[in-house]
Design a protein around this ligand. Structure first.
Ligand SMILES: Cc1cc2nc3c(=O)[nH]c(=O)nc-3n(C[C@H](O)[C@H](O)[C@H](O)COP(=O)(O)OP(=O)(O)OC[C@H]3O[C@@H](n4cnc5c(N)ncnc54)[C@H](O)[C@@H]3O)c2cc1C
Length: 655
């Protein structure tokens, strides 16, 4: 296993520099995965065209990543290694990921940090100048590198700077505010895309020898999620409809530490980074009367003594405590709230409390300052200072949204949709089932199995973009060195453009009675209630029927104001929601097919007596790769068997 990637790289085809200059590559998406890929491919000599729907690559959703990025550098000397990161990833994913991919990810993780440091990414450092680390869920080492609570933003600035260098050299042509609406296949190979210029509204044809899709995740199928408002499935869904298999769509990550839903008019949820679980302790009252009193505003959380608080993660999972993986922490929060212990008005919130950390850090800092007999107030002030240095921007964000001071009173949190482990099926070269169409980052199904460990998405996106695709794409493109430019006046381009034009005309001319958001919200309700944190066969069957009916209503009743030939954000949303309406049904179908619980997929029928996920390795140790055949309800299932040679498959336990 440890040699596999090196051996693979040594054996695949290379293209000499002169020939690379004759090869064009389209990269759809310029977040961390697409941005890093575009910069590196252009540096290698390929002609790259990039596409993103924002006004600048700098605004990709990757910018939102707060907590950090993992790497097995073992800077803390706490026993980390490539093997341990690999092991944690496979176990964290509930034994539903590919061993070889997870190993490669761990092996490349250190290179990513070196690359980003060389670009000038300002990772947090310790007093002595060494890079600092913190811990994320599901591991017992500190391997997460971070830049305050803005890790994604800083990494994206690094990738964007690398892209800009290539734009300046003329090796990247950047098409911002352009949305890919279809893939063009010529003679069975991906040869281009149809994109809409979102400012003028015109459709454009772009050809290339290969197309790389790095369009991010599809969490917004749930309407409310921590994803950026624009995040969508369109690019991935369009290639799926053209032949790329969609893998494990039901594996959705519900993140335990988000600001709870406040009402029906909300369109976005806010994450409180997992890094906070390094120092925050999660609890609800032990007595149901106290929970009720807190909900009714008759008691404050700080009125309860330590003995009156149930630190339920520490109680249930003593070895990992508050740092259990996200799926485990989310389910435990739901269990307590369902049992009546929720602490906000709706009963759907638990506390994340920093009082102990403030005291612990306060004593330590007082001692460093030579104050060996500090008062309570001095301890609190020192402690708050440390917490502010570590998480200041997150605390400020919480205070602005909730209007409570989290230094003084515990935060309230509840699980929310955050990330999608499912995505387009890719092989070890990151190629989809369409030759010449590669998929990177959150858009592919790749490395995380049924649950992703925190700080691993940035690692995966950058591994894919900086270190995997630059090698593997050459293996495919070696056959194209004499192909020459791909023309865009072929019947395949005509057909693809016509199909899109028809869809846009239909949406604009529909003149229905409801807005796009009306339908998106309804879809979100179905998804969250029946395909969310807990699912069962009955609910999933109902969800499939309800989504289908909603989709029909959408096409009859949706209203899109304005015209195609202008900046029309409602039209953009309409095309995206139309695709979510189809994906939603496939997601429910996949969840219904998987008669087991694993990671982020929790089927109520399959749980242990203690409420833990119950896998069925005999029947479901496979990747479910769905082939489109004209209707989400009748898609064809292909199974990729998962084989474990390096790691013993066990019941996943964090107790
Ligand atoms: C709030 C939040 C915090 C997070 N924190 C962390 C963290 O601390 N650590 C971690 O590892 N992970 C974190 N994650 C997850 C991580 O941020 C994402 O998984 C990752 O950034 C996705 O990167 P990406 O490049 O695959 O996609 P994105 O960054 O989503 O980029 C997608 C790109 O595709 C483009 N695009 C999409 N569709 C089209 C189309 N049809 N046509 C043209 N362009 C298109 C977009 O314009 C954009 O450029 C966090 C996620 C959230 C929501």
């Amino acid at each position: 296993m440890a040699e596999k990637w090196t051996k693979h790289k040594n054996e695949i085809n290379l293209i000499n520099p002169a020939n690379k200059r004759n090869i064009d590559i389209i990269v759809v998406g310029t977040g961390l995965a697409g941005g890093s890929a575009a910069a590196t491919l252009a540096e290698l000599g390929y002609n790259v065209k990039t596409f993103c729907y924002q006004d600048s690559p700098r605004r990709a959703h990757s910018i939102a990543a707060q907590g950090g990025i993992n790497a097995s550098k073992n800077y803390q000397g706490d026993g980390d290694s490539d093997y341990r990161l690999f092991y944690d990833t496979v176990k964290g994913g509930d034994y539903r990921s590919r061993e070889a991919n997870s190993y490669r990810l761990a092996e490349l993780s250190g290179n990513i940090i070196d690359q980003c440091v060389a670009q000038g990414v300002p990772f947090a450092r310790e007093y002595g100048g060494y890079l600092d680390n913190r811990s994320f869920g599901g591991v017992q080492v500190s391997r997460t590198f971070y830049a305050k609570g803005q890790t994604g933003q800083q990494l994206l600035l690094g990738a964007y700077a690398a892209m800009n260098r290539q734009i300046n050299r003329g090796k990247i042509q950047a098409f911002n505010r352009h949305e890919m609406l279809d893939l063009v296949i010529v003679d069975g190979k991906a040869r281009g895309i149809i994109a809409r210029d979102l400012i003028t509204g015109k459709l454009e044809r772009h050809s290339a020898h290969a197309v790389v899709i790095a369009s991010g995740g599809y969490g917004n199928v749930f309407y409310l999620s921590t994803n950026a408002m624009g995040s969508n499935v369109t690019a991935a869904w369009k290639i799926h409809k053209k032949g790329a298999f969609f893998a494990n769509p039901c594996y959705t990550q519900i993140h335990p530490t988000c600001i709870p839903v406040s009402g029906e008019h909300q369109s976005k949820l806010t994450l409180m980074s997992e890094s906070l679980r390094n120092d925050g302790r999660i609890w609800v009252p032990k007595k149901i009367e106290d929970a009720k009193a807190i909900r009714e505003g008759k008691k404050r959380p700080n009125d309860l003594s330590l003995e009156e608080r149930d630190f339920y993660l520490e109680r249930r999972y003593p070895s990992f405590g508050n740092l259990v993986p996200r799926d485990v922490a989310s389910r435990a929060a739901k269990e307590r709230c369902d049992a009546g212990f929720g602490v906000n008005k709706t009963g759907q919130a638990v506390f994340l409390d920093f009082a102990s950390a403030i005291e612990r850090y306060g004593k330590e800092r007082a001692s460093i300052h030579g104050n060996h007999n500090p008062s309570k107030e001095e301890i609190r002030n020192y402690g708050k200072q440390v917490i502010k240095e570590k998480y200041g921007n997150l605390f400020q964000m919480y205070e602005k949204i909730v209007d409570e001071d989290p230094y003084e009173t515990p935060m309230m949190i509840y699980p929310a949709v955050h990330y999608t482990m499912g995505g387009i099926w890719v092989d070890y070269n990151l190629q989809s089932t369409i030759p010449g169409c590669f998929v990177l980052g959150e858009a592919n199904f790749s490395d995380h199995g049924a649950n992703r460990l925190g700080a691993s998405a940035l690692m995966q996106g950058l591994a894919d973009g900086y270190f995997v695709i630059p090698y593997t794409i050459g293996d495919y493109l070696a056959q194209d060195i004499r192909t020459g430019k791909i023309p865009t006046d072929s019947k395949e381009f005509d057909e693809a453009e016509k199909n899109i034009q028809d869809t846009l005309d239909r949406l604009i001319n529909n003149k229905g009675s409801h807005s796009v958001d009306y339908f998106h919200k309804k879809l979100g309700h179905i998804m969250w209630n029946k395909c969310g944190m807990a699912r069962n066969a009955q609910g999933l069957k109902e969800a499939m029927a309800e989504i289908r009916a909603l989709r029909e209503e959408f096409w009859k009743e949706v209203r899109v104001p304005g015209s195609q030939y202008e900046f029309n954000s409602e039209l953009e949303k309409a095309t995206r929601v139309a695709d979510f309406m189809e994906l939603g049904e496939l997601l429910a179908k996949d969840a219904l097919n998987r008669n087991e619980s694993a990671g982020g997929h929790f089927r109520e029928e399959y749980q242990t007596e203690e409420g833990e996920a119950l896998r069925d390795d005999e029947n479901y140790m496979y990747v479910a790769a769905w082939e489109y055949n004209g209707d989400p309800a009748t898609e064809i299932l292909h199974k990729e068997e998962l084989i474990y040679e390096e790691i013993e498959v066990k019941t996943r336990s964090y107790k």
